[in-house]
Design a protein around this ligand. Structure first.
Ligand code: GTP
Ligand code: SPV
Ligand code: MN
Length: 565
């Protein structure tokens, strides 16, 4: 331990960080402590170790330089909402939509010696990595420091892509004790000893028993959403499950839009959209693909930063046709999780639009037969890629103040009822639409897929406090916005009687984006209906087949309303 303690001492000027790391090392009885510096040498060293220990499988380095495959435990392939807890002194603070546990009970369960707490001695024989990271652009007044302690090499290497990780974070922290305290331990991956506990009052997250994505990369849903939403409520800002994009018109005018869709409902795809040929001259740039931190500026406008530095994106359905930018992005420096592997060491997944080749291994590493009915890639298989590799990355992605938001979009996955697009009458009505939003469940979380549930603002699994207070907070933010963004509802997922999508989606969503931008800039009229403003005559005048289809889908809703009234 002397050696590790020396290491501890030499790495931080923060007494509180030093004490906390020492305390956790003592609790978990980690054999070694490694402070991550974020350097390229470190990446190489840890990657070699991950390959040697079977954590990562090298892919074909000619085809995909710097790319690796990870196969997670088959019982650990998605977020576990039922094992995710908000631990506040009162149940009321967690609210009716969160699992709740008193902090004392959670801490006791995980660290009490007499009760053989799960973290006691949990890293014996293992290495504890200290992963310091920054959320938000470097130099931004909104940037925050987190430290994740983990015994998982996979987590370290993912965090390196997803955040600004290493020395930069310790430098930013300096002697301060203001950082998110994340403790992650893989344990034995027994689902009965799996728990993701958030302590908002302590700026702390303890996650045990899972090595998968949102359960284990504590910067993401745990800190940047659940804990940050709590901080946002206290400090008058918003932490949201939203992509951020910039739309550039043919005249070079850029409009920034934020959009909240539930997990696996199209954020990454919309954020990276490449417009269709028919809308020549329009361009979309990605600021963020999953999380937005938004503040009201002194002049009453809303500004957003993306706290992350990489994308943890859904693989299935990603193809040269649906998301060419993503396909380019994952050609290098990418960690794939639970995708299928071809005999020449490349990756494959359903919806890639490349025929599966013979001799593939499925996501569990078993020989896969085409036509067997089994999926080759897990439906929630993912890629972790640095945002720098995104050909559509916005030049504003690193702006310290973020970008000004002109429109907010809410959207769910709804086979029926909800039209393609409509606009709220005002902020309050928009908050109502977002808070009553429903969406069909997806493979991003454990449990049944395709069941409609309420998912307010796509935050049901991610709001770190009482959902009722969260709605009030949105209304209060509206009260201090002098120029509130317009709020829209979209649904790319309406189906016809045969179960086919009515709307082509993907690049064609640019048509809807264009209408939203034109509305936000006040240059196009809309039709007022009982539910909000719709793209009426103006779009049909455009006369294209798709514009008419857009209108037809909305007219479908008109009939629905008439039928039910
Ligand atoms: P998380 O990372 O879980 O938060 O998901 P996300 O919201 O970023 O979803 P993503 O863009 O990764 O899309 C999820 C799935 O929806 C993929 O299989 C996509 O192919 C599919 N999808 C995305 N956009 C569209 C669309 O416009 N139409 C249709 N039909 N499917 C879409
Ligand atoms: C989501 O489920 O919304 C994700 C993936 O973005 S995870 O990080 O696993 O939560
Ligand atoms: Mn997400």
């Amino acid at each position: 331990m002397t050696n590790s303690n020396q290491l501890v001492g030499s790495c931080t000027r923060s007494r509180e960080l030093f004490d906390w790391v020492s305390e956790m090392a003592w609790l978990t009885k980690a054999d070694r402590i490694v402070w991550c510096d974020g350097s390229e040498q470190e990446r190489q060293r840890l990657t070699e170790l991950a390959v040697a220990t079977g954590v990562l499988i090298p892919l074909n380095q000619n085809k995909r330089p710097g790319c690796y495959l990870h196969r997670s435990n088959p019982n650990d392939v998605a977020r576990s909402e039922d094992l995710t807890f908000i631990c506040t002194p009162n149940r009321e603070e967690a609210g009716p939509t969160n699992n709740w546990m008193p902090p004392k009970e959670a801490y006791r369960k995980l660290r009490d010696r007499k009760l053989r707490g799960w973290l006691e001695g949990s890293m014996r024989g293992r290495t504890m990595y200290v992963v310091p990271y920054v959320l938000g652009p470097m130099g931004s007044p909104f940037a925050r420091v987190g430290i994740e302690l983990t015994d998982s090499l996979y987590v370290v290497l993912n965090m390196r892509i997803m955040t600004r990780m290493g020395r930069v974070a310790l430098d930013l922290l300096g002697g301060s004790g203001d950082f998110n305290r994340g403790v992650h331990c893989t344990l034995d991956l027994n689902p009965r000893r799996r728990l993701i506990c958030h302590f908002p009052q302590d700026n702390t997250v303890w996650s045990v028993g899972s090595g998968y994505g949102g359960n284990a990369l504590l910067s993401k849903k745990c800190f940047a959403l659940r804990i940050a939403s709590y901080l946002g409520k206290k400090e008058a800002w918003l932490a949201e499950h939203m992509l951020i994009l910039g739309v550039e018109s043919p005249h070079g005018e850029v409009t920034y839009v934020a959009a909240a869709f539930p997990s696996a409902c199209g954020k990454t795809n919309l954020a990276m959209l490449r417009p269709p040929k028919s809308l020549d001259g329009w361009r979309v740039f990605t600021v963020g693909d999953d999380i937005a931190w938004m503040r009201v500026a002194r002049d009453g406008t809303l500004w957003a930063v993306n706290p992350e530095a990489g994308y943890f994106g859904v693989a299935p359905g990603t193809s040269v046709r649906s998301n060419p930018n993503a396909m380019e992005m994952v050609r290098r420096d990418t960690i794939f999780t639970n995708v299928a592997m071809t005999p020449d060491g490349d990756v494959w997944w359903e919806g890639m639009e490349q025929d599966p080749v013979d001799g593939m291994l499925d996501w569990q590493g078993r020989p896969w037969q085409n036509g067997s009915g089994d999926k080759a890639a897990h439906p929630n298989s993912r890629f972790t890629a640095p945002m720098r590799n995104n050909p559509a990355l916005s030049p504003s992605a690193d702006h310290q103040q973020g970008v000004p938001i002109s429109a907010i979009i809410f959207g769910g996955r709804r086979a029926s009822t909800i039209p393609l697009v409509f606009e709220s009458f005002d902020w309050t009505h928009g908050v109502y639409l977002g808070s009553t939003m429903g969406s069909e469940t997806t493979a991003a979380a454990n449990g049944k897929v395709g069941v409609v549930r309420r998912d307010p603002m796509a935050m049901l699994p991610f709001c770190g406090y009482n959902m009722g207070d969260y709605f009030s907070h949105w209304l209060a933010i509206g009260g201090i916005l002098r120029r509130p963004p317009r709020i829209f509802m979209v649904n790319w997922f309406r189906k016809d009687g045969d179960g086919s999508f009515l709307w082509p989606g993907y690049s064609e969503n640019m048509r809807v984006l264009k209408w939203i931008v034109d509305r936000a800039r006040g240059r196009v009229a809309a039709e007022e209906t009982p539910i909000g403003c719709t793209a009426g005559s103006s779009e049909s005048r455009a006369g294209t087949e798709l514009a008419n289809r857009m209108l037809l889908i909305d007219k479908g809703l008109g009939h629905h309303l008439k039928d039910s009234s």
